[in-house]
Design a protein around this ligand. Structure first.
Ligand code: IMP
Length: 437
């Protein structure tokens, strides 16, 4: 099956961008199926950094068509800025290389205003959203008042809808959230007109495009954003994003059937991080956590916030493997742990004195669980030189073998640096390998 689904298996920021970039060497299509500009992917090619949040990472590969599917909520200004900066960097971005689905929804000023006002009104209980209007935009889809890209083709009809939306949102801002912000129709409308003239050329029925590509056995990579534990249904609600981040999201986000997809590659860091509030059983509140943050440059790509850091949580990972049917796992940032005297994996929780190995659904339970660890000897900087599996330090190999055994899923890739070259395949990587150069 020439299609591959790549999903984050933790709380986002697992290094998916690098993997997608690496595994799109031979891809014909790269498809984003959920999320919006809350995502941030940093790609490093030949030492040069490119930051993307809406354009699929495959854009750096000249043969790839990049698709922003219907499941994505698109902030049009952010997308226009990304296209501009890619063009400035000499990357070709044309309507045959980038396609936006006509059913994808726009994130508008009133969504961002509501996101801000709501977080503010929550006080101490705030979620710590990225403030990009993601939640309110998905609410509008569920509430049947969202604005879809295809509607930019009928501006006169859209005008009435926008006016009515703004009236309702301003009432919410003032009366529910006591916000001083008032969204002006003129501002939203000028963004709509600008979007129509700049982005309509890219708009297409991508459900059809992807389906036809799958029928022709084209190589397709589905690129997930955020991570499993931020899934709107199966994550640590309410501290989650508002889209379906698991592999199931590919079907609903792209409007295709299961037979148009393929195996699932989960991506996880060799440790765990989380941005924003919410339960995090293996979080480290000590110097080791600080060291991981510093060595791993664990600061948000989108908001710059310091990420919370902790040990690898195999209980949460088993849950992620089950939810997405993960066939194999890529473990990233192994190099970040170099120099630590010991490294740990949480293999089980204790809850109210009982051993549990299933991820609880209630945050109150997750706040109480006591992680139990298996401890490994650390490894040194020689890991940076490893190009083959057998060149990984013995303790790092033991760490990966044990991890695979605990979660019941093979480890196919180890990443030991930000560059494409620092990506090592295991003997379990037969299917995945065909996607790389
Ligand atoms: P929202 O997606 O902006 O509504 O934020 C909801 C939660 O998801 C917050 O805890 C964010 O920090 C988190 N989040 C959203 N996008 C990302 C991401 O790309 N990486 C990591 N965390 C994210």
């Amino acid at each position: 099956m020439p299609a591959l689904i790549i999903v984050g298996a933790q709380w986002g920021d697992e290094g998916k961008g690098k993997l997608v970039d690496y595994l799109t060497a031979n891809a014909d299509y790269v498809v984003r199926f959920q999320g919006g500009s809350n995502a941030g992917h940093t790609l490093v090619v030949d030492g040069k950094k490119t930051k993307l949040s809406l354009v699929p990472s495959g854009i750096l590969r000249p043969q790839t068509t990049c698709i922003v599917a219907a499941g994505v909520v698109v902030d049009p200004q952010t997308l226009m800025d990304e296209i501009e900066s890619l063009k400035k960097a000499g990357i070709k971005v044309s309507s045959d290389r980038l396609k936006i689905d006509e059913r994808a929804e726009l994130v508008l000023e009133y969504h961002r205003a509501l996101d801000r006002a709501r977080e503010q009104s929550r006080g101490e209980a705030k979620i710590g959203t990225t403030g990009r209007g993601i939640g309110p935009a998905y609410e509008d889809r569920a509430g049947r008042v969202g604005v879809r890209f295809g509607e930019l083709r009928q501006l006169e009809i859209l005008k009435t809808k926008i006016k009515s939306n703004i009236e309702v949102k301003n009432k919410m801002l003032a009366n529910v959230y006591s916000s001083d912000e008032e969204v002006k129709f003129e501002d939203v409308w000028s963004m709509i007109e600008k979007t129509a003239s700049n982005l309509l050329a890219y708009v297409d029925d991508t459900s059809l495009v992807v389906h036809e590509a799958a029928q022709k056995h084209k190589k397709i990579v589905f690129e997930g954003a955020q991570g499993t534990l931020l899934d709107t249904t199966f994550g640590t609600t309410p501290f989650v994003t508002s889209s379906s981040t698991i592999a199931g999201g590919v079907l609903t986000g792209c409007g295709i059937g299961a037979k148009d997809t393929g195996p699932v590659l989960g991506v996880a860091k060799a440790y765990a991080t989380r941005v924003g509030a919410g339960p995090f059983p293996t979080e480290l509140h000590d110097a080791t956590g600080d060291k991981i943050r510093e060595q791993g440059a664990e600061f948000g790509t989108v908001t710059g916030r310091p990420r919370r850091c902790g040990w690898f949580d195999a209980v949460a990972m088993k849950y992620a493997v089950r939810l997405s049917g993960i066939d194999s796992l890529a473990v990233t940032k192994l190099d970040v742990l170099a120099g630590l005297p010991e490294v740990k994996i949480c293999y089980r929780y204790k809850l109210n004195g009982k051993e549990i190995s299933n991820f609880p659904s209630l945050n109150a339970d997750l706040e109480k669980v006591e992680p139990e660890y298996v401890t490994f000897e650390g490894w040194d900087n020689s890991i940076l030189q490893a190009k083959k599996w057998y060149q990984l330090p013995t303790s790092a190999r033991l760490f990966l073998d044990t991890l695979g055994e605990i979660i019941g899923c093979p480890i196919s890739i180890a990443s030991v640096g930000a560059d494409r070259e620092s990506t090592i395949f295991s003997s379990n990587a037969a299917t995945i390998r065909s996607f790389a150069a």
